[in-house]
Design a protein around this ligand. Structure first.
Ligand SMILES: *Cc1c(COP(=O)(O)O)cnc(C)c1O
Length: 422
């Protein structure tokens, strides 16, 4: 046998873009060491996602701003900053956390909705990029700062997009942004106050699989660019879909990169105007890097299925109950067990069902069940409901596990409460 036959498959393997995954053995070891419930974030997986964006958009004038609200642990923010990514914030506190994490104001974007003007003024004092989402705040901003501080306008493009209505933001009944049909009024405000409109922004929703939706957004914005002679940036928001279920397909990022490059080159040729493109991916950057490990407390009959009652609930991972999100579940302590139907349910005093009629390798009391895609909007939406502790969080980097948030203790439930003589 010639040597090349042996080395070829290895070379092929090395050339494949590697998808970084943590093994069952590693996850079991983390659960044993740090206890459950436990959030685990795989740093290299985050970097892999960011690099995929860079590769797919190579040659385009594009900047990516990580939508921090997906996951704000300060170590995650710092790690993302170190990859070179910028940051998009949805509250003034996220912007302040971004500063703590070391982001420069030039690399921080604040895209809010329905906030008080005082918060916008605070963002202005921080020197960060701001997208304003109402005519009323746009007018106040113009009256106060005139042409001195460039801003963006968040438009509502009246496009229906996204995984479901709760995470759709760009349709005609949505509370987000300035309706496109009010553009005359916007122009009036700009004219009266001398506002410097640098950016037009849209964010149509989350889990947008179809690249055409982004193309539609670009089309809508290109149509109104002519009204804004000082425009430098088109911000297309976030919403890239990642696979959650087996067989799911995410947004085709390579195709999107190609399309965006084509569209903006076409625009530049036709109108002799160069525009930079911004994106604000949240889920895409951190979703797949996250694992949430729980332990099975009890089994009970559930008709055809079996209830697997775990040591967590909607207080720690609310996405399935809040908007019907699907999370893949793996039994990492009995992966080869005989498959049976389970209803995986939480320990909270509401019906908190993570999964119904899910086929899992036989679940035994004490088994560890892992929820996949637990990086985005999971810990971040957790609460102290039922006076339970929030889970610990760890970051796995270069094969080392670091505790990045310790599990709560009783004093954490009392912290911030003022005790009076009641
Ligand atoms: C939530 C949000 C994002 C990120 O959405 P993903 O679906 O996580 O990519 C981006 N921009 C704005 C304005 C948002 O509110």
């Amino acid at each position: 046998m010639s040597g090349s036959v042996l080395t070829e498959p290895l070379l092929f393997y090395l050339r494949q873009p590697m998808s970084e995954e943590l093994s069952h053995e590693q996850l079991v070891a983390f659960a044993d060491q740090f206890g459950t419930p436990l959030y685990v974030y795989h740093a290299e997986r985050i970097k892999e996602q960011y690099n995929k964006l860079l590769t797919s958009f190579a040659g385009a004038d594009v900047r990516f701003f990580y939508a921090a609200k997906a996951l704000t642990n300060i170590n995650i923010l710092r790690y993302i900053k170190n990859t070179g990514c910028n940051i998009d914030c949805s509250s003034i506190n996220e912007a302040k956390l971004a500063v703590v994490a070391g982001f420069e104001p030039e690399n921080i974007l604040y895209t809010s909705n329905n906030i008080a003007f005082e918060e916008i003024e605070e963002a202005q004092r921080m020197g960060i990029h701001i997208n304003i989402d109402s005519i009323s705040n746009l007018r106040k901003f113009g009256l106060k700062f005139g042409h001195n501080y460039p801003v963006g306008i968040r438009l509502r493009p009246n496009i229906m997009a996204g995984g479901n209505l709760k995470i759709s933001t760009g349709h005609a009944d949505s509370k987000f942004g300035v309706p496109l049909e009010d553009i005359e009024e916007v122009l009036q405000v700009v004219k009266e106050t001398g506002l410097f409109i640098r950016t037009l922004h849209i964010h149509t929703g989350s889990e947008i699989q179809d690249v055409e939706v982004f193309a539609k957004g670009i089309e809508v914005l290109f149509d109104v660019v002519k009204y804004f002679p000082e425009l430098e940036v088109i911000d297309l928001g976030g919403g890239f879909k990642v696979p959650y279920k087996p067989g799911d397909e995410g947004t085709d990022i390579e195709l999107l990169g190609k399309k965006v490059k084509e569209e903006f080159e076409w625009f530049e040729k036709k109108y002799n105007r160069h525009l930079q493109v911004w994106f604000e991916p949240g889920k895409y950057i951190v979703s797949e890097a996250g694992y949430f490990i729980s332990k099975v407390n009890v089994l009970k009959p559930a008709g055809e299925a079996i209830f697997a009652g775990v040591d967590t609930g909607l207080n720690h991972l609310i996405r399935p109950m809040f908007y019907g999100a699907y999370h893949e579940i793996e039994n990492i302590t009995n992966p080869t067990g005989e498959k049976k139907l389970y209803n995986v349910v939480g320990n909270i005093c509401e019906t908190d069902t993570f999964a119904e009629d899910r086929l899992l390798p036989e679940v035994r009391e004490g088994d560890y069940l892992v929820f996949r895609n637990a990086g985005a909007y999971c810990f971040e939406m957790s609460s102290h409901y039922n006076s339970r502790f929030k889970p610990a969080e760890i970051m796995v980097k270069e094969n080392n596990a670091y505790l990045i948030r310790k599990r709560d203790e009783l004093k954490d439930l009392l912290s911030g409460q003022a005790e009076i003589n009641s």
